[in-house]
Design a protein around this ligand. Structure first.
Ligand code: ABU
Length: 485
């Protein structure tokens, strides 16, 4: 059957009916997905999934009436990140105002480049970014919502290069001493992509050693900078991390800021994960010193629970974005830029999503207090999980948690061979996943394969943490222990 070529009153009515059906389906999905009795995923291997559903794109389309069944299929085998058994990534849960904002942004479909095209969203973005900048201490700062932490880190590094070598913007950058950027050996891989993309070169991203907690060692940074200068290279950028992805460590910003001031280097803070501690009186000491950084990444789609993507790049100095990203040939789009607050000239992207709406709505509904409680709750869950690990004879704590990441492993009694322990932990993790009991990531810490349990879902409770460990231990008794004895 052919779909209608133009909209008629009948087709509009049909569209609305389908839209309502989808909304009802989603509401039903959410109730089920958030129920701990529902598996976190009904896992299928790629080949089985490809057999189960028809992924091909037809020459002749179906009508919109096909949508409910297609959406149902999608939901059935998608990971339920709103489920309390989801601990895999640095996001999770369901935040109603955020989802409503995402929904309304799709329905009203616009782009953030001009005030003319996005009047409400432009002023909402200004409001959220101003508050985020204020919270990290950038009282005369600015910022923008970008596609994610990787993009924010790239934008920051580009601004740093612009300060070191402003001529590169117009002339390119050949024939000078190589620029060098420094990040810790625990920093996110996006920095490596950034140096590759900017033509700085991956070998000119120097990894600085970390301490036992996983935080950058300032004395190692100072030595690396000295070494770099002695080799005839030019240091320009230090990327500190507030909340490393595996251990949740925070680099010591006050000391790094002192080094950067002395060496005249740009200090960027990748607070993609940990920036949200700015909202908590109890935990904001972890980013103490952020006010002296030049830029900071902060992702509300992580601890604050906003739907992906929602990520901010913040600068201490207002005017940075216009200077770094400003180009010519834009007059056709930004007609009234002198009198209206068009955000397009500031951003790397042209078309840009309305992420401000969901963040503004969520902030309005939860208030700063609501976010504070959420962050404190997540820290509390992590402590509860730590206590359980310490109580269980077969669980081994690999690092003391600094924030909301807990790294531990299962250790069958009598097994000390590291390879065997790695195998046990990876297969236990896979069993939890494939049985739909928990989706939890694993990583390498001190050379060992360990569980990385992260707390990002503010809906999770003490009972959810207990269930996670009960299931893990049951699964181990069922699967692992028989192979050992
Ligand atoms: N920036 C995304 C990190 C993904 C993760 O560690 O789960």
């Amino acid at each position: 059957m052919e779909g209608p070529a133009v909209s008629t009153p009948e087709s509009s009515k049909e569209e609305l009916d389908v839209f309502r059906q989808i909304q009802a389906l989603l509401a039903e999905y959410l109730v089920q997905a958030r129920d701990p009795l529902t598996p976190v995923v009904d896992y299928l291997e790629p080949a089985s999934l490809a057999k189960r559903f028809d992924f091909s794109l037809p020459e002749t389309g179906a009508t919109n009436a096909a949508l409910p069944a297609l959406v149902r299929d999608y939901l059935e085998h998608s990971v339920r990140s709103a489920n309390p058994r989801f601990f895999n990534q640095l996001f999770g849960g369901f935040l109603l105002p955020g989802v409503v904002g995402e929904h309304v942004a799709a329905v009203t479909n616009t782009s953030m480049y001009t005030y003319e095209c996005a009047p409400m969203a432009t002023l909402m973005e200004a409001a959220v970014v101003e508050e985020m900048a204020r919270l990290v201490g950038f009282t005369k700062g600015e910022g923008l919502l970008v596609t994610g932490g990787s993009n924010a880190n790239l934008v920051a590094m580009n601004a740093a290069r612009h300060r070191a070598r402003p001529e590169v913007k117009s002339q390119g950058g050949s024939g000078q001493a190589p620029l060098v950027a420094f990040v810790s050996d625990q920093a996110h891989y996006s920095f490596e992509k950034a140096v590759a993309l900017m033509g700085i070169g991956t070998q000119n991203l120097w990894r600085v050693a970390t301490d036992a907690d996983g935080a950058m060692r300032p004395e190692a940074l100072a030595e690396s900078i000295k070494d770099c200068r002695e080799k005839g290279f030019e240091p320009f950028f230090v990327g500190a991390t507030s909340g490393t992805t595996v251990c949740g460590a925070f680099d010591p910003l006050p000391t790094l800021a002192e080094i950067c001031a002395e060496e005249q280097l740009w200090l960027h803070v990748d607070g993609s994960w940990g920036g949200s501690v700015a909202l908590s009186q109890q935990h904001r000491h972890l980013i103490q010193g952020s006010a002296n950084a030049d830029s900071m990444t902060w992702n509300p789609h992580k601890m604050m629970g906003l739907p992906l993507p929602c990520s901010a790049i913040l600068f201490r100095q207002a005017g940075t974005l216009a200077e770094v990203h400003g180009v010519g040939g834009t007059e056709y789009l930004f007609h009234d830029h002198d009198s209206l607050p068009d955000l397009g000239p500031l951003s790397l992207q042209c078309g840009r999503r309305v992420d401000a709406l969901k963040l503004w709505l969520a902030w309005r509904c939860l208030g700063t207090d609501g976010f504070t409680r959420r962050i404190d709750h997540l820290f509390g869950l992590c402590q509860q999980a730590r206590e359980r690990v310490c109580q269980e004879p077969r669980l081994e704590l690999m690092r003391e948690p600094i924030s909301v990441n807990l790294v531990f492993r299962y250790r069958p009694l009598g097994v000390s061979c590291e390879d065997e322990l790695d195998r046990v932990n990876v297969s236990l993790r896979r069993a939890l996943h494939h049985r739909g009991l928990a989706l939890v990531n694993y990583a390498t810490v001190d050379g060992a394969q360990v569980f990385r349990l992260v707390f990002a879902n503010g809906d999770q409770s003490a009972a959810d943490v207990r269930r996670f460990f009960d299931d893990l231990l049951d699964c181990a008794r069922d699967l692992i222990e028989p192979q050992i004895s």
